[in-house]
Design a protein around this ligand. Structure first.
Ligand SMILES: CCCCC/C=C/C(=O)SCCNC(=O)CCNC(=O)[C@H](O)C(C)(C)COP(=O)(O)OP(=O)(O)OC[C@H]1O[C@@H](n2cnc3c(N)ncnc32)[C@H](O)[C@@H]1OP(=O)(O)O
Ligand SMILES: NC(=O)C1=CN([C@@H]2O[C@H](COP(=O)(O)OP(=O)(O)OC[C@H]3O[C@@H](n4cnc5c(N)ncnc54)[C@H](OP(=O)(O)O)[C@@H]3O)[C@@H](O)[C@H]2O)C=CC1
Length: 293
């Protein structure tokens, strides 16, 4: 089944299953990342899991990180059954001490870490004018502060060991007013700006930092949006369909692997052209914007 057929099928499950990810065709060579170690935060989520499968299928040992041990262990089990290398580490990226302890443990266990992919994140749809302080802080702490703790912890160990590294941050498209998720636009704009600054500051350390801005990618993370909002997401781009987590996984490998060796400080938008045409209403389309509809 190709991606288009998958998108057209009606299925209760959102996104790609582990069986689909295990067999999905890829443009990359099977041993492209042999011997490398990659840390994937949000690794048991919809996009992170696809990233984990692809890096592992290309020969890397993948460490999947998240807060839910059961989800992580189940994924590692499925990866192991397909004969690829993976392990789980439970950590909340908002907890800087836990993040630092995790990187120490990973270096002790593996003797190396080569790539960090930050896919942990998310938000809830709400009109900005009604954000509570707690809700605002939850989104900023997860997406900006948590991502920073991960980046800094990885980079400090690369610097101390004179080891090269690459970071890929999964953000959102921030260049147009994505309606109903202003808190995450603020946080992700911070990550994009930070990544540009760090691309310069950490170039002498041989560390590259890039971002991927996905458009509508069907995953279980979509459950935070209403069914009506989700049903309209195909209209978010001129291809009139959502992307799949595999689209983001291949972009992540492209940026992290030697194919991306001359790319740093960049944000790669993977949105089916949604920047150029499309509408995304995470809280439904307000009457004001319906005009003559
Ligand atoms: C077509 C393109 C679509 C738009 C582009 C983006 C798409 C995506 O990103 S897809 C999905 C990604 N995944 C998620 O978003 C996962 C679901 N989201 C979350 O889990 C949370 O929003 C989170 C990441 C911020 C969770 O952080 P956490 O620290 O675990 O926070 P809590 O769940 O404990 O909530 C803290 C606080 O936040 C407020 N809040 C949470 N949910 C809502 C909500 N639905 N509506 C209003 N406010 C919410 C609230 O103040 C919470 O505190 P309490 O009230 O005490 O629970
Ligand atoms: N799907 C889409 O259409 C789009 C997604 N994105 C972004 O891409 C990234 C991945 O999205 P997607 O896979 O769809 O979402 P999911 O909700 O499926 O996955 C997000 C993962 O992040 C983990 N996570 C959340 N908070 C924390 C935390 N504090 N510490 C550790 N792990 C955490 C969750 O695991 P657990 O709860 O077990 O800790 C979960 O597995 C997110 O940043 C998302 O906002 C951007 C644009 C579009």
């Amino acid at each position: 089944m190709d991606d288009q057929q998958h998108d057209q099928q009606t299925s209760a499950a959102l996104g790609l299953s582990d069986d689909e990810l295990a067999d999905h065709p890829t443009v990359f060579a099977a041993d492209a990342l042999a011997g490398q170690v990659v840390v994937v935060s949000g690794g048991a989520g919809g996009i992170g899991r696809a990233i984990a499968w692809l890096f592992a299928r290309l020969g890397a040992h993948v460490v999947v990180v998240g807060r839910n041990a059961d989800k992580l262990d189940a994924l590692v089990d499925r990866l192991g059954h397909r004969g690829v290398k993976a392990s789980a580490h439970v950590a909340d990226i908002k907890d800087a001490d836990a993040v630092n302890a995790m990187f120490d443990a990973l270096w002790t266990a593996h003797g190396r870490v080569d790539h960090l992919v930050n896919s942990a994140g998310g938000q809830f749809p709400q009109a900005a004018i009604d954000f509570s302080i707690k809700g605002w802080n939850a989104v900023i702490n997860t997406n900006l502060n948590g991502t920073w703790y991960m980046m800094q912890a990885a980079a400090q160990r690369w610097r101390d060991r004179k080891h090269q590294g690459s970071i890929v941050n999964v953000v959102v498209v921030t260049t147009h007013g994505l309606y109903g998720i202003a808190h995450t636009i603020a946080a992700r704009s911070g990550v994009i700006g930070l990544s540009r600054a760090l691309a310069v500051e950490w170039a002498p350390l041989n560390i590259r930092i890039n971002c991927i801005a996905p458009g509508a990618i069907e995953t279980e993370g979509w459950n935070v949006y209403s069914e009506a909002a989700r049903a309209a997401y195909p209209r978010s781009n001129p291809m009139m369909r959502p992307g799949t987590p595999w689209d983001i996984a291949e972009a992540a490998v492209y940026l992290a692997a030697p194919s991306g060796k001359f790319i740093t400080g960049e944000t790669l938008t993977v949105d089916g052209g949604g920047q150029h045409w499309g509408e995304t209403w995470t809280t439904g389309k307000p009457d004001y914007f319906k005009g003559g509809d």
